[in-house]
Design a protein around this ligand. Structure first.
Ligand SMILES: *Cc1c(COP(=O)(O)O)cnc(C)c1O
Length: 382
């Protein structure tokens, strides 16, 4: 039997056709497909705002923090339970990510711990909607208002996620950043999108996305008038999304309802199959919210017959790939040494890390593959 990978992109002939058409068009870099992708993404989120397509979520976070003025002497609250990107993008600009512990149930940022870590230098909070479950927006918005902070949502897992009645990206926060990395809920291979309601922020991010050039990429390349003139108004970056990637993204966006329904069905199947095992099942969305199910994390309890590390080995021996999301940032050398962090500063994340494991949950999974995961988990833990 083939090894079942932890994740496999859900690519159909429609994506392949769209990319081939883009390649045959003679236009590969940012152009009409990227512009259309931004428009269609905005329509999906259902808000009259600005969408800025970029070549990764990391780039998107960097642009959003830059546009908000994060720099030396400023601090941004970041959950320790995330991928290194969220903190890294603050660090690129000379700002300091201040790591925060997480809620034991959702593994999302703990706003009580965040409140303890606010200082006069804090300018923003960057919540991660872990696994595809939103940080409840009422509490998040109150927190930001109370402490006068900007909110940059790391929505790398959360497309599409309904958060207290509204899709993430439509709550009016300064910026929401999505990832289209190969394992995410929709993909362009590598890519990302920033959504902001603020026209000035959007203009700054568009400029910085392409070298600090004072014309938008679309004006520069797609206008029929001669347009060789440009100025450089800042030392920007090279973060634009290619048209071939955008062509794939447009099809993935159309297929999103079908793909999210499939991931929900897989989660339901796992919940039922594992309910009697020595595990903590993943948190569910409360009424009025939904879950994107980018990840399905199982947490082994102390009465499990094996520990997490052994569980991962046994799953691999059974032919099933798994992963861990996340190794908390305070346990990684760079962050631990730079900010002199210790496990006891983050009691919840430190403890939960030891027992968490992510199972395969991708929309291209077959029923047979879901069955294989269920059998393997039950054989080890049952
Ligand atoms: C995947 C991920 C990112 C980075 O996304 P890229 O598009 O690969 O840059 C950022 N934050 C979180 C929480 C992620 O899981």
């Amino acid at each position: 039997m083939d090894f079942l990978p932890f994740a496999r992109p859900d690519i159909t002939e429609a994506e392949i056709e769209a990319v081939a058409t883009a390649m045959r068009s003679g236009w590969l870099t940012t152009g009409q497909n990227a512009a259309a992708f931004e428009k269609e993404f905005m329509a999906f989120v259902g808000v009259d705002a600005h969408a800025v397509a970029v070549n990764s979520a990391t780039a998107g976070l960097h642009l959003a923090f830059e546009a908000l003025g994060v720099g030396p002497g400023t601090e941004v609250l970041v959950p320790t339970w995330t991928f290194t990107s969220t903190a890294e993008a603050v660090h690129y600009l000379g700002g300091d990510p201040v790591l925060v512990d997480v809620d034991e149930h959702t593994l999302c940022i703990d706003l009580e711990d965040a409140a303890r870590k606010v200082t006069p230098r804090t300018v923003a909070i960057a919540p991660v909607h872990y696994a595809g479950l939103g940080v409840p927006d009422g509490a998040l918005s109150d927190f930001a208002r109370t402490h006068n902070l900007a909110v940059i949502e790391d929505a790398a897992h959360a497309f599409p996620t309904l958060n207290e009645g509204t899709l993430i990206g439509a709550h009016g926060h300064e910026a929401t950043v999505y990832s289209f990395y190969a394992t995410k809920t929709m993909t362009t291979g590598e890519g990302g999108m920033i959504v902001t309601p603020d026209a000035e922020l959007a203009a700054r991010m568009r400029t910085m996305r392409l070298h600090g050039i004072n014309k938008d990429v679309f004006d520069r390349y797609s206008s029929t008038k001669p347009s060789w003139q440009y100025d450089v108004v800042a030392a920007g970056y090279k973060y634009n999304l290619t048209d071939t990637a955008a062509a794939m993204g447009r099809v993935q966006l159309e297929r999103t309802p079908e793909m999210v329904a499939r991931r929900n069905a897989i989660a339901e199947r796992y919940d039922a199959a594992f309910a009697d095992l020595p595990v903590t099942l993943p948190a569910h969305a409360p009424a009025g919210s939904s879950h994107a199910w980018h990840l399905y994390n199982l947490r082994l309890t102390s009465d499990a017959p094996v520990g997490r590390d052994r569980f991962i080995e046994l799953m691999a021996e059974a032919g099933v790939g798994t992963s861990v999301h996340f190794i908390p940032l305070h346990l990684l050398t760079f962050w631990r040494d730079t900010y002199k962090l210790s496990e006891s500063d983050f009691p919840v994340a430190s403890a939960e890390f030891l027992r968490t494991c992510s199972l395969p949950i991708f929309s291209a999974m077959t029923d047979e593959e879901i069955g294989r995961v269920v059998s393997a988990v039950r054989a080890i833990l049952g």
